[in-house]
Ligand binder design. Structure first.
Ligand code: A2P
Length: 331
């Protein structure tokens, strides 16, 4: 069966990458639609060598065009309002915003980690936060083989994660111009501030990593803490992940366990200066893992350096993989 597929927020940073990833994957698409706000309605986008006119998203869009699957990346407000309307008309929404992730009726899915959760969807499926996606791909084999007791996340996140505005703040900042998206200059700087601050002193980005990891691993007693930092890198997030496992391990065996994980490429040859780098991860869908070493300050601890393209695996590619899974298993 061929499907009618829509991209909502098609003119944005993730939206444009949806188009690129969809071109590579060759899904069975009958009709293709691109939606954005009234601001860019009427402009055109190229998909599979054909020009598509950007349509303004309205409450009747999904019913009118009989959309089967919609990939949303148009901000939380748009998702909160339009995802239920789409679901109501029989469309399956794969939402990249944070709006629905923690809703108990919405599966939060990384296909390499918990694809079976997709089956219980009621019309909306959430794509996790970019930093969470790459972390759980890297941690899945350890969680399965040894069990995870505690995680300490520290992230080094690219400006592309803040959309077109974030990208332009770094580009303009490098020319000496003041920031518009971030509260401080990002060029030549690190901002320990992603998304808004919460009452507990953490940022929302930090708490997303904590709560989403627990939901994806289906383990509410997992102990997790997080510090998320915006760094002057255009694309691909890097993360230091400190993990305490439930069982003792032998380091070579542990490396072997990680290397057999789905969607993972190990780059760990320090004698030759080989370790994952943001500039090398960009353009790829795999999660790169290196600097794998024992944390000698605790029992059963290990440190990892994990890098992935936050716009591809951290957003667009993960959502398209979910769409592929639905088409293969549920249609
Ligand atoms: P537009 O280009 O019309 O503003 P980014 O995060 O990279 O800035 O992208 C945000 C995306 O979300 C853009 O495609 C933007 O469209 C879209 N968008 C923002 N608000 C709405 C809305 N109310 N309805 C539909 N799309 C929206």
């Amino acid at each position: 069966k061929k499907i009618n597929l829509a991209v909502v927020g098609a003119t944005g940073m993730v939206g444009r990458t949806f188009l690129k990833v969809l071109e590579e994957k060759n899904l069975p698409i009958e009709n293709f639609y691109v939606f954005a706000s009234a601001r860019s309605a009427g402009s055109t986008l190229t998909f599979m060598g054909k020009e598509y006119t950007v349509l303004e998203l309205t409450e009747t869009s999904f019913k009118e065009h009989q959309i089967d699957i919609a990939l949303f990346s148009a901000g939380g407000g748009t998702s909160l309002k339009f995802a239920p309307i789409a679901a109501e008309s029989g469309c399956i929404v794969i939402d990249n915003s944070s709006a629905w992730r923690m809703d108990p009726n919405v599966p939060l899915v990384v296909p390499e980690v918990n694809p079976e959760a997709i089956r219980s969807h009621k019309g909306i499926i959430a794509n996790p936060n970019c930093s969470t996606i790459q972390a759980v791909v890297a941690l899945k084999p350890l969680n399965e083989y040894y069990g995870i007791k505690r995680i300490v996340y520290t992230t080094f996140q690219a400006v592309s994660g803040a959309g077109m505005g974030g990208w332009s703040d770094l580009e303009e900042g490098l020319k000496g111009n003041a920031p518009k998206k971030f509260p401080h200059q990002i060029a030549n700087n690190c901002l320990p501030h992603i998304d808004v601050f919460l009452e507990n002193g953490y940022t929302k980005e930090e708490m997303k990593m904590v709560e989403e990891t627990r939901k994806i691993f289906d383990n509410q007693s997992l102990r997790i803490t997080s510090t998320t930092v915006r760094v002057p890198v255009f694309n691909s997030h890097s993360e230091s992940i400190n993990v305490e496992l439930n069982k003792p391990f032998e380091i070579n065996e542990l490396k072997d366990v990680i290397s057999k994980g789905e969607g993972i490429i190990i780059q760990d040859d320090v004698a030759n200066n080989v370790y994952p780098l943001a500039i090398n991860a960009t353009g790829h869908d795999e999660v790169f893992v290196g600097r794998i070493r024992r944390d000698e300050s605790v029992d059963n601890g290990v440190n990892l350096w994990v890098v992935a393209d936050n716009i591809r695996k951290g957003a667009a590619s993960n959502a398209v993989q979910i769409a592929e899974w639905i088409i293969q298993h549920m249609m």
